[in-house]
Design a protein around this ligand. Structure first.
Ligand SMILES: Nc1ncnc2c1ncn2[C@@H]1O[C@H](COP(=O)(O)OP(=O)(O)O)[C@@H](O)[C@H]1O
Ligand SMILES: [Mg+2]
Length: 330
């Protein structure tokens, strides 16, 4: 590798509900890269309408050249700091692969497996990764209302109804009244053609950061989201009025539970073919440990868990980035 500084394109935004969160995360990644003298980070926004803009000026990728009205740098590497579409859905990664540009984070296939909540469940069941009991409804299939009601009855009249392809708790409903079940499934169809119906777990929400360093995949100790209402909604996630607390290292968890969560997290990461990073979310209850979901490009805001859990292992975030980028550029 030459000693010239490497141009790292930091992409953020996109058309999803987490556009603004992605803007905050990208600033964090950009600031970390700025501290590394061999990298020259360049921020580009994908607007909600899908246009590329750098500092408010129209820009585009032409092969590996970023074209802006004032400059045309050669792009060595891309970090798609995008939560939700088109980043966690895998689209941007497919696009970068067609241009043969190396990038940070998992590839298109594992991204889309983890983004679609129904597909994720199919993988978890096949891999025997413990997860909550579930069924799913498809918009174009006959609505088998009795089947959904039977599932509701069998699961203590307490389920979550979730649109398959949303994040940030959008299109996600906690249903405890039988009459609400079918209307909520239909409401979730406004977001996605596939809707997951799963048993509510009364328990704690723990998260593990899985990360690569020196080519080795590692898992952090679990952190905890302490959400008083038991439903970590969009408001609770991002509003200043949130009552939710976080604990970078979860308390009152046995070593056995920690080891089990870490081993499930590592197994999931490897078997789904993830890369570089993921935040893996669990429920811990009296009935055991259940994997809820895998976030392939987790939030990186000042209050986000992934960077904090990573740094709690003793690894600096900029070192984590540098190590993986240099490995990919070799
Ligand atoms: N089966 C469940 N049991 C209990 N709480 C749940 C369940 N599924 C979801 N939740 C609550 O809803 C939140 C959002 O659901 P999640 O599956 O994580 O979707 P998202 O991708 O929107 O974060 C979770 O953080 C949790 O608070
Ligand atoms: Mg979640």
């Amino acid at each position: 590798m030459s000693t010239e500084r490497k141009n790292i394109l930091v992409l953020f935004g996109g058309g999803g509900t987490e556009h603004e969160i992605s803007a905050i995360s990208s600033k964090y990644v950009y600031d970390c890269l700025k501290k590394i003298d061999i990298f020259n980070p360049i921020l580009v926004e994908i607007t909600k309408e899908g246009h590329w803009e750098s500092e408010g000026r129209k820009s585009s990728l032409n092969g590996r050249i970023l074209k802006t009205p004032t400059e045309q740098p050669y792009i060595d590497y891309v970090i798609p700091v995008i939560h939700g579409p088109p980043g966690e859905t895998g689209e941007i990664q497919s696009f970068l692969q067609t241009l043969d540009i190396p990038y940070f984070g998992p590839g298109p296939e594992s991204s889309s497996i983890c983004f679609n909540k129904v597909t994720t469940k199919l993988w978890f069941d096949t891999l025997k990764i413990p997860n909550t009991p579930w069924i799913f409804a498809n918009k174009y299939n006959e609505l088998i209302e009795q089947e959904y009601i039977d599932f509701f009855d069998k699961n203590a009249n307490d389920v979550f109804v979730k649109a398959a392809n949303q994040g940030s708790s959008v299109g996600c409903f906690h249903v405890q009244i039988k009459e609400d079940l079918i209307p909520k499934i239909k409401e979730a169809f406004n977001y996605s053609d596939n809707v997951l119906i799963e048993r509510t777990i009364k328990g704690r929400e723990l998260e593990v950061a899985v990360y690569e360093i020196e080519g080795e995949i590692k898992a952090s100790d679990p952190g905890e989201i302490i959400c008083p209402d038991g439903f970590y909604t969009y408001e609770e996630k991002y509003s200043k009025k949130s009552h939710t607390d976080t604990e970078v290292k979860a308390q009152n968890v046995t070593q056995e539970q920690i080891d089990l969560m870490k081993s499930i997290a590592l197994k999931s990461f490897k078997s789904i073919g993830l890369r570089h990073l993921s935040r893996i979310d669990f429920f811990l209850s009296d009935d055991g440990i259940f994997l809820n979901e895998i976030n392939t490009f987790p939030g990186m805001t000042p209050i986000s868990m992934f960077p904090q859990m990573l740094e709690a292992t003793g690894l600096k975030f900029e070192e984590f980035l540098k190590n993986n980028i240099l490995k990919d550029l070799r």
